[in-house]
Design a protein around this ligand. Sequence first.
Ligand code: ARG
Length: 246
Amino acid sequence: LASHWSLAANSDYSALTDITDKGELKVCFDAGYMPFEMKSKKGGFMGFDIDIGKQMAAAMGVKYVPVNTAWDGIIPSLVTGKCHIIMAGMTITAQRNMKVSFADPYIVVGQSILVSPELAGSIKSYRDLNNPKYTVSTKLGTTGDAAVKRLLPKANTNLFETETDAVLEFVNGKADAFVYDMPFNAIYSAKHKDKIKHLDKPFTYEPLGWAIRQGDPDFLNFLNNYLSQIKGDGTYDRIYNKWFKN
Ligand code: ARG
């Protein structure tokens, strides 16, 4: 059959086979993104994504293996086989979805804004930040980065490799605002109540999904059914309440 596009990868690769053979579910994430994945004091990892990943591995009857990966290398790590899945609060975007497959969204978030109390009077929404007199910090290669480029083209932007560096730029007064996923900002601002004002109404729509290699319908089928199972049987709510309610 002549065709001017290449055939879809119809290799027989299934992550499920490899997971079963090795007895391991290798999960990529990028620790530092509260409350989804953080380093624990004991040197391990903890958070919403970590707990769901551990539950998933237990349901599969295999070991959960954490693969902490810098954000800019996370999709390449998946594609080159360093992990079976990305469980990292990754927003399902068209650009990313051209490189990886996403399971159905497991939560929906959006970008929100941290400003200093002094600026809270003049900055009431992201629109007020779209001004060359303001500098905004966020994390490189994230949807925060994309949102700032798309919706705040007139503002100055300072991009950082980690959440910590990006938010510290703002806390240290070198940026007027910090733009990032709302759950992260909610936790950060709660810890620094009198120093930070959180404009907590998200101004983007961001479903988060687990990413896997393209061309693996069996694993995708497993993930979507696993997600509906834990949403129905109370597991999801229990883990959600642990990390999102306090
Ligand atoms: N949701 C945002 C994005 O997809 C940020 C995710 C950051 N995740 C992390 N594990 N550091 O770009």
